[in-house]
Write a protein that binds this ligand. Structure first.
Ligand code: SF4
Length: 348
């Protein structure tokens, strides 16, 4: 459990993201946490870079509508401060700390509480133990996995099982190999992602390929899409990856035709408008309907019939479908409004 969110053990794959505001600015960070949660983020990671920001972090923990995970680098005392502040989880790279300090963190995380503070053991190539560095030159994935498993063994010795592992890389092939190796050797929950994936456009593609391939193989219990951009986009992309694999759905899915020489209307504009208005309707956030937007009278009606709702548009007009039934023909300008009104009226 990370707070109230189960991770691993057959639980649904949980969606994570990370704030990019200054943690010391509690109001701004809380606003971003709320925006992330509204988009479907279930676990929110927040950096705790200095002790001065601990009071703001504690406020976040108290007021945030989702479990907060502290992101800790190097300074083990900040991990203790985060645990003191009530963090649901902490993410550490134990390779950057002395083992005796990692032990202190684990002791504090185990605590007296019924639900321990979860710890992510996040290994990366920059902090491998000396004896694995040479191997990392030849076998980067295997070296990451070895380092992660050594720490997992330590945690097991310390009788602490509330941990998950990550072995991210900015290389998709290395990420795939590392997680496959890791999954073959441990039952611990895995946090999956491609790190430093890039800007929203290119990072989305790298993440979809890397995370998607792993999830398709049943590897991964929680995901974070790392994008250089608004973290809300990370959450949206993560949900799209889960939906594409039919693992989880959140909100309506739009199917739209790629357009071709038969298209007689602005199907790109229509599809974008439908997607934007559906995504912006908070009442539909829990809906799992499929909506088709098709561009002609040849293939369009058939495809639209297979969706929960659909429109098949022709020259200046189109037909509205509701669960396979043709409802009515309408002028092009009225199609989207009629479609949305019908979906809302059904409370889908
Ligand atoms: Fe072309 Fe019609 Fe297919 Fe769209 S639905 S790609 S317009 S044939």
């Amino acid at each position: 459990m990370v707070g109230c969110v189960p991770v691993g053990g057959g639980a649904p794959v949980a969606v994570q993201s990370m704030t990019c505001t200054r943690t010391g600015d509690a109001a701004a960070t809380l606003a971003q946490v709320r925006a992330l949660v509204a988009a479907g983020c279930e676990l929110v990671r927040v950096s705790l870079p200095t002790a001065e920001e601990a009071p703001a972090f504690a406020r976040l923990v108290r007021e945030a509508p989702a479990p907060i995970i502290a992101d800790i680098h190097y300074d083990w005392r900040l991990a203790l401060a985060a645990i003191d502040a009530g963090a649901a989880g902490i993410r550490i790279n134990p390779g950057t700390m002395a083992e005796k300090h990692v032990r202190e963190i684990v002791r504090a995380a185990a605590g007296p509480a019924e639900v321990p503070v979860a710890i992510r053991i996040g290994v990366n190539a920059g902090s491998l133990p000396r004896d694995l560095r040479e191997r990392a030159e030849r076998e980067p994935a295997a070296a990451l996995v070895e380092a992660a498993l050594r720490w997992a063994a330590r945690f097991d010795e310390w009788d602490f099982s509330a941990y998950k592992l990550s072995v991210k890389s900015s290389s998709v092939p290395v990420t795939l190999e590392a997680y496959r190796l890791l999954a073959a050797r441990t039952d611990a929950p895995l946090h999956v992602g491609v790190t430093e994936a890039g800007t929203v456009w290119s990072g989305t593609i790298k993440s979809a390929v890397g995370i998607g391939a792993l999830l398709a193989e049943g590897i991964g219990d929680t995901v974070r899409v790392s994008l250089t951009g608004d973290p809300v986009e990370e959450v949206r992309v993560a949900w799209k990856i889960l939906a594409a694999l039919d693992l989880r759905r959140r909100g309506p899915e739009v199917i739209s035709c790629p357009t071709c020489g038969r298209t007689e209307v602005d199907i790109v504009g229509l599809a974008e408008e439908v997607e934007r208005r559906l995504a912006g309707d908070a009442a539909l956030a829990g809906s799992v309907i499929t909506v088709a937007v098709m561009g002609c009278r040849v293939n369009g009606p058939e495809e639209a019939r297979h969706a929960d709702y659909g429109i098949a548009a022709g020259a200046g007009e189109g037909v509205l479908f509701d669960h396979g039934e043709r409802v009515e023909a309408l002028p092009e300008g009225q199609l989207v409004d009629a479609l949305l009104a019908r979906i809302r009226a059904a409370g889908a």
